[in-house]
Design a protein around this ligand. Structure first.
Ligand SMILES: Cc1cc2nc3c(=O)[nH]c(=O)nc-3n(C[C@H](O)[C@H](O)[C@H](O)COP(=O)(O)O)c2cc1C
Length: 210
């Protein structure tokens, strides 16, 4: 089995997908699980991920994704959407989930829920959105590695118009906003980026021991 570092070295941002190759349902389920298990602030998972394998919808999204062909040709898109606010109902649901997952009584988790409420209730709308959007990037990292482990190609994508995505995917009505996208599928034989060497700063540049 490949080490995590080996996987990190083999994965790369694929720039050309074979539109005839579809990722299996089992692999999609595995990728979903890697997202579900991502750590999030307070464990709140203040996001939802749209899994899009529908060709017509991918075609519609391409022009508002800097016209990148990967959006149309990749097998599936994972559109990470963060919530744009929270309600007491959100916190209540989380309290129930937490209590049942940990075999506790609902009142046992209330101090923790109060701690969360105290913190996030102070956020402005802008701060909440920034905070929630950041969480999605951790899940994005997970899915990129999980894809590599399954022998799939993937590309993280920020090159899209968020306002257009929010409209086309009807996100505002659901209290959501698009943050980032991961596309997954299979490269074409002639895909050029697979032949490029990785470009990374040296350890000396990137780290500082204090
Ligand atoms: C948040 C984020 C957004 C990105 N957006 C795009 C994109 O819109 N289109 C694209 O082709 N590559 C995109 N990339 C890929 C990067 O260019 C690529 O990851 C980087 O050059 C490092 O190369 P590697 O992933 O091949 O190791 C994005 C990467 C990240 C992390």
């Amino acid at each position: 089995m490949m080490s995590l570092i080996d996987l990190m070295n083999t994965r790369y941002a694929c720039k050309k997908y074979d539109p005839s190759k579809k990722v299996s349902d089992q692999d999609i389920a595995y990728l979903m699980e890697s997202i579900r298990l991502a750590p999030t602030s307070f464990g709140l998972q203040a996001f939802k991920v749209l899994v899009i394998g529908n060709d017509a919808l991918k075609k519609q999204l391409r022009p508002v994704s800097w016209n990148q062909s990967i959006i149309e040709d990749a097998s599936h898109l994972f559109v990470f959407c963060h919530y744009t606010g929270y309600t007491e109902e959100t916190l209540q649901k989380y309290a129930e989930l937490r209590a049942s997952a940990q075999g506790k009584k609902p009142e046992d988790v209330l101090p923790y829920i109060q701690y969360i409420r105290n913190t996030i209730s102070k956020y402005s709308a802008e701060q909440f959105n920034f905070w929630a959007a950041k969480q999605t990037y951790i899940a994005l990292g997970n899915v990129l590695l999980a894809a590599a482990e399954r022998g799939l190609d993937a590309t993280p994508v920020e090159g899209f118009d968020k306002v257009e995505y929010d409209t086309l995917l009807n996100l505002r009505d659901k209290g959501l906003a698009s943050a980032v996208v991961a596309v997954v599928g299979y490269r074409t034989k002639d895909e050029y980026n697979q032949f490029n060497k990785k470009v990374r700063k040296s350890k000396e540049d990137l780290f500082e021991f204090l």
